[in-house]
Design a protein around this ligand. Structure first.
Ligand code: ARG
Length: 258
């Protein structure tokens, strides 16, 4: 099971690259299963830090020149000018989209497909938009989270043109282990979703995007990075996210050296 899941995880970005961004938006939210399974469309400017990466993943602006994404979305570390980051729009086809190339990638040191699913992408030019600060302690690793992305609307479905969002409740490690057993790296991963009923989740192509909530001052703070799950939105199988607080110090020092 573990091998299958991580295989799915690693192949997801590759699969997404081949998919054109095609979607005919329903005229009402109920007309079709929305992307970020069970979500709704995000408003323009609602999540200004959201980034779409050209390999078919999501990301968030960690600084105006660094995107935080998932390790499984990139191939390794080093100079890399092949990635395009699209930001500033919910509609990926908008003529006002900001598109910036990468210069470097830093994949989490020691990443081997299990846990520590984070990476940084350095941009060729700054993107002048609000950033998403990351959780530096465990205090926000609870409650209700927001997830967003241009990924599949349904398990096996296509990538989306318009950014979608959904809310998902925190799932404890103990409960998440009922789904995933020892495949869950509890110290490095945080789960979210509706364990009993499913129906709302991230999905293929949402990987690397942020899971976030409001902090005590009312500001968005990133607690997770979309990583993996068994299918999408299945009952009994929550979404699994990189636990950002665990890696906050490493991310900070890696970013400083990028
Ligand atoms: N690994 C997927 C990707 O590369 C994300 C899967 C998230 N799955 C889930 N059930 N929450 O896009």
């Amino acid at each position: 099971m573990k091998r299958l899941i991580s295989l799915l995880k690693r192949s997801a970005a590759v699969v997404a690259v081949g998919l054109a961004v095609v979607s005919l938006q329903p005229t009402s939210a109920s007309a079709a299963a929305p992307p970020v399974v069970g979500g709704v469309r995000a408003a323009q400017g609602e999540f200004p830090f959201m980034v779409r990466l050209s390999m078919g993943c999501g990301g968030a602006l960690y600084t105006q020149t660094i995107v935080l994404t998932a390790a499984h979305c990139v191939n390794g570390s080093g100079n890399n000018t092949s990635i395009t980051a699209t930001a500033g729009v919910v509609d990926l086809r908008s003529s006002s989209a900001i598109k910036v190339k990468s210069t470097k990638v830093l994949q989490a040191p020691g990443y081997n497909g299990t846990g520590r699913d984070w990476a940084l992408i350095k941009l060729a030019q700054p993107i002048n938009l609000p950033i998403l600060k990351i959780a530096e302690t465990t205090q926000y690793n609870t409650g209700t989270f927001t997830v967003a992305g241009w990924g599949a609307a349904t398990e096996g479905g296509g990538q989306q043109r318009y950014l979608r969002k959904a809310n998902v409740p925190f799932v404890s490690d103990a409960t998440c282990k009922q789904a995933y057993g020892s495949s869950l790296v509890a110290a490095e991963e945080i789960c979210a979703g509706y364990m009993a009923e499913g129906g709302v989740d991230t999905c293929q192509g949402d990987s690397g995007g942020p899971m976030f909530r409001k902090d005590n001052a009312g500001a968005w703070v990133q607690v997770g990075i979309t990583s993996w799950g068994e299918g999408c939105a299945r009952a009994g199988y929550p979404g699994v996210y990189t636990e950002v607080s665990t890696f906050a110090a490493q991310i900070k020092s890696a970013a400083a050296g990028l």
